[in-house]
Design a protein around this ligand. Structure first.
Ligand code: A3P
Length: 285
């Protein structure tokens, strides 16, 4: 397993585009500013959907920006070699995303007033989404079956480590004023309500027609057609088989893939690992 990833502090990162020295600098040296906004997620939680919504809120629904600049330039990915160098040189308010577990995130967050949004999704759907997304790439060790990936996921032997530890870590911040927790399942059920919640958190006011434009241009079907968002312009030299970001965009797809035994095994681990959270903390449970 060792040669398939870049390892840092026991956490697996993609073999391409990540370096230990940079991951260390991100944690120890990156200085967050009050006007920064960070999108935090465990991979496959809907990161790019949230990023698209935030970009569209910033332009009041005008799609020009999201249709002309790749999403990874609009919201650089902090812990990557490229994202880090872009962000340290960027003036003014910075929008960024990160999949880092809390203990590897820049320490400066805890003494800054920057805002962060943590998006959570049912880990069963994340597992299935990740299997189909990463499995085809040269960025990770390829599991030969969903069953193999299932075992790795429950043990946390996957990119960015254990979902359970990621969520437990970041949820410890949920009472902070500048920290908003969102759920993919709520975004699906009430996208407009979620966009309004994000606007309130950011102190932005949208007119009803602007809100409708944000809704329209961040919808699954429009994002799937947007080459600046759907990952289709990533070079075949980087990812030979391409990357299908916009796969299904649904909740509960795991039911089409898990066996009964896998569903039961997952429930057991979930209950053990997430014990102690108040009822209602996870909307899909
Ligand atoms: P699926 O693979 O289940 O379809 P991330 O951006 O963190 O990598 O997450 C990718 C997941 O978010 C994919 O899930 C993708 O389809 C889903 N997604 C992206 N944009 C979406 C949208 N506008 N509406 C609903 N789901 C979306």
């Amino acid at each position: 397993m060792m040669s398939d990833y870049t390892w840092f502090e026991g956490i697996a990162f993609p073999a391409i585009g990540f370096q230990k020295e940079i991951l260390k600098d991100v944690r120890d040296k990156f200085v967050l500013k009050e006007e920064d906004l960070i999108i935090l997620t465990y991979p496959k939680s809907g990161t790019n959907w949230l990023a698209e919504i935030i970009c569209l809120i910033q332009t009041k629904g005008d799609p020009k920006w999201v249709q002309s600049v790749p999403i990874w330039e609009r919201t650089p990915w902090l812990e990557t070699d490229i994202g880090y160098s872009e962000l340290i040189n960027k003036e003014g308010p910075r929008l960024m995303n990160s999949h880092l577990p809390m203990h590897l995130f820049p320490k400066s967050l805890f003494s800054s007033k920057s805002k962060a949004i943590y998006l959570i999704r049912n880990p069963r759907d994340i597992l299935v989404s990740g299997y189909f997304f990463w499995g085809k790439t040269n960025l990770v060790k390829n599991p030969e079956s969903l069953g193999t990936y299932f075992e790795w996921f429950l043990k946390g032997n996957v990119l960015f480590g254990s979902w359970f530890e990621h969520v437990r870590g970041w949820l410890s911040m949920r009472e902070w004023d500048n920290f908003l927790v969102l759920y993919y399942e709520d975004m699906k059920k009430d996208t407009k309500g979620t966009i309004k919640k994000i606007c309130d958190f950011l102190g932005k006011k949208l007119e009803p027609d602007e809100l409708d434009l944000v809704l329209k241009y961040s919808s699954f079907h429009v994002m799937k057609e947007n080459n600046m968002t759907n990952f289709s312009i990533i070079g075949k030299d980087v990812i030979p088989n391409g990357m299908n970001l916009m796969r299904k965009g649904t909740t509960g797809d795991w039911k089409n893939h898990f066996t009964v035994a896998q569903a039961e095994a997952f429930d057991k681990v979930f209950q053990e690992k997430m014990a102690g959270f108040p009822p209602g903390m996870f909307p899909w449970e």
